[in-house]
Design a binder for this molecule. Structure first.
Ligand SMILES: Cc1cc2nc3c(=O)[nH]c(=O)nc-3n(C[C@H](O)[C@H](O)[C@H](O)COP(=O)(O)O)c2cc1C
Length: 218
């Protein structure tokens, strides 16, 4: 399947057929995730391949009771090795420098003083597995499989169910399998509303999108 065909075909599927995921497809899916870019080139993602039915059911229950997740024959558990605690880093650490540039010193100092250190570390790393996860979703689509992102999960509970060591957390799940439903067509924002060229231009945007005021967008 061509890249754009996979991008356009991918939809969130929440009911799966009782049909196994072929080993070759699974191997491609995992390889696609392994090739994802990572911050600083330091790959921190671990991919759990969960097939066991009772673990799948437990993961579904720990995902806000989204029981349908367990209908997928395979659940990919996107896990992240947490960075060292930024509160213990040297003041000139590159991680701190980059994130001070991004968010400002006040937020860094606030988070570094936050008493629950595990929660603070988790917050920094919660997005690390997003790109590998989307590689999973797109590679699955390219193999005629379907998937759905699961961000609504109890991270501590799911990590414990998977037996993850301290310092590694499961931040997202991606159930995959053959679809057993056809999703309703979705309405996308028009491309002119999503894109701006060079700088934000309210007049040009309003002209292109009557009814969409910038104050609403902001
Ligand atoms: C980070 C992230 C977390 C998500 N978490 C959930 C979830 O917990 N449960 C769910 O049913 N869908 C979840 N979704 C799927 C979105 O609802 C879905 O992508 C969106 O409605 C657009 O539909 P589409 O994926 O079919 O294009 C999540 C999507 C993303 C990107």
């Amino acid at each position: 399947m061509e890249f754009m065909d996979a991008v356009l075909a991918r939809r969130s599927i929440r009911r799966f057929a009782p049909k196994a995921v072929p080993e070759g497809a699974l191997a491609d899916i995992l390889e696609a995730a392994r090739h994802a870019p990572s911050s600083g080139g330091v790959s921190s993602t671990y991919l759990g391949v969960v097939r066991d039915e009772s673990i799948r059911r437990s993961l579904a229950a720990a995902s806000g009771g989204q029981e349908w997740i367990a209908t997928a024959p395979v659940i990919i558990a996107l896990c992240t090795r947490l960075n060292p605690d930024p509160a213990t880093m040297a003041k000139d650490d590159f991680f701190l420098q980059v994130n001070t540039d991004r968010f400002g010193r006040d937020l860094i100092e606030y988070l570094n003083a936050f008493p629950d250190r595990r929660a603070a570390r988790l917050l920094w790393d919660t997005g690390a597995a997003l790109i590998p996860g989307e590689h999973v979703a797109l590679a699955a689509t390219a193999h005629g499989l379907a998937s759905c992102w699961i961000g609504h999960l109890d991270i501590a509970k799911v990590s414990a169910l998977l037996g993850l060591p301290d310092g590694i957390a499961c931040t997202f799940l991606v159930p995959i399998g053959y679809p057993d439903e056809t999703p309703a067509e979705k309405t996308l924002r028009p491309i002119e509303e999503c894109v701006f060229y060079d700088t934000w231009n309210p007049d040009a945007r309003a002209g292109r999108n009557p009814g969409v005021g910038d104050e609403e967008v902001l």
